[in-house]
Design a protein around this ligand. Structure first.
Ligand code: NAD
Ligand code: IPM
Ligand code: MN
Length: 351
């Protein structure tokens, strides 16, 4: 029986994870779940965001499903020493799993253009895969400090880090429209110039069938929302990928629609790209779609169950049309929306 470690986390995390598990139980009833406190919830219970017991559990998992972590700007968690904050737990989790490749699909499904704030002709057919490097760059560089007179972080990339993420992007492109855009700031940063050089080398040596171009991150921020159809696969470093993927959420219409899969050599980590949404936590109105679709990615990538994943994708699509959530201008709360997804799944079984 595949073991899924479940980390509901903070804020809306427990609400949206509960929805995803209800859906998983219908399409993959044989999975075993092992739930642990994580992030702020773990800090409050045990004094640290990612305990040794949780670390041990994720090491033996087939996959990890995460809600979201963190508190509001004025949360008591934000004044703790940095290594004891919720976000540090998340970074440590990614590192422990070795998940260096974060896949963040930005997709506007057919018939869903009306949910986008963009003109329908711009939103129609958008299908971009952001491949975000997840274990390097300014997030993880060991040289870092905050002092009375200065703060410091560094963006550094090693050859093998660029090579492995480039390979993920090229491979993904081969199963799509065969085009990779590498996003950097090579006009200013040496680390970007290096990134670009190594990406080109990988392409020339191993993926000469895939088209590669290079764009600057500031320009991509504009083009991603004014001309999204120009992109197939975007590969970029950690921080740029973080920012561009939240921006990309504008295309389908809500952060609540954006799933992700984080992959490495071991178990995968699946989480929505959004945070714990403290402003709406506990109100029962969070959109669980991103987490439900992340569960579908889990079935697809970690458990090799594409049919079950397809069933979830199709049911979510139908439910979004029938009964959209509040963030999309509809009226459904978390539970009503989840029930709609479950109803659609039931119909497809009897159909
Ligand atoms: P956020 O993503 O939590 O929220 C941004 C806005 O989007 C809010 O208005 C929120 O209500 C809305 N939103 C997000 N998800 C939604 C959903 N599923 N349905 C409906 N609306 C949704 O970003 P933030 O407010 O900047 O961060 C809050 C906390 O989350 C911080 O502590 C931050 O560090 C953390 N965070 C965690 C993760 C993660 O766990 N992977 C990701 C991003 C931010
Ligand atoms: C995300 C989040 C995290 C990140 C934070 C909470 C550490 O913003 O998953 O996108 O920056 O990676
Ligand atoms: Mn983010």
């Amino acid at each position: 029986m595949p073991k899924i470690v479940v980390l509901p986390g903070d804020g809306i995390g427990p609400e949206i994870v509960a929805s995803a598990i209800e859906v998983l139980k219908v399409v993959a009833p044989d999975l075993e779940y092992d739930e642990h406190k994580f992030g702020g919830a773990s800090i409050d219970a045990y004094g640290e965001p990612f305990t040794a017991a949780t670390q041990e559990a994720v090491q033996t998992a087939d996959a990890v499903l995460l809600g979201s972590i963190g508190g509001a700007q004025d949360s008591h968690w934000n004044t703790l020493p940095r290594h004891l904050r919720p976000e540090s737990g998340l970074l440590a989790l990614r590192k422990a799993l070795g998940v260096y490749a974060n896949l963040r699909p930005i997709k506007v499904y057919e018939g869903m253009e009306h949910l986008s704030p963009l003109k329908p002709e711009l939103a129609r057919g958008v299908d971009v895969l952001v491949v975000r490097e997840l274990l390097g760059g300014v997030y993880f560089d060991p040289e870092r400090y905050i002092r009375d007179d200065e703060g410091f972080n560094a963006m550094r990339y090693k050859k093998h880090e660029v090579e492995r993420i480039a390979r993920v992007a090229f491979k993904a492109a081969q199963g799509r429209r065969n085009k990779v855009t590498s996003v950097d700031k090579a006009n200013v940063l040496e680390v970007s110039e290096f990134w670009r050089r190594e990406v080109v080398k990988v392409q020339q040596a191993e993926y000469s069938d895939v088209a590669l171009n290079h764009e600057y991150v500031d320009s991509v921020a504009m083009l991603l929302v004014t001309n999204p159809s120009r992109y197939d696969v975007i590969v970029t470093e950690n921080l740029f990928g973080d920012i561009l993927s939240d921006l990309g959420a504008v295309l389908p219409g809500s952060l609540g629609l954006m799933p992700s899969a984080s992959l490495g050599d071991g178990a995968g980590l699946y989480e929505p790209i959004h945070g714990s949404a403290p402003d709406i936590a506990g109100q029962g109105i969070a959109n669980p779609t991103a987490t439900i679709l992340s569960a579908a990615l889990l079935l697809r990538y970690s458990l090799n169950r594409p049919e079950a994943a397809d069933r979830i994708d199709a049911a979510v699509l139908k439910a979004l049309n029938e009964n959209p959530t509040k963030d999309l201008g509809g009226t459904a709360g978390t539970q009503e929306f989840t029930q709609t997804v479950l109803n659609v799944l039931k119909e497809t079984v009897t159909a």
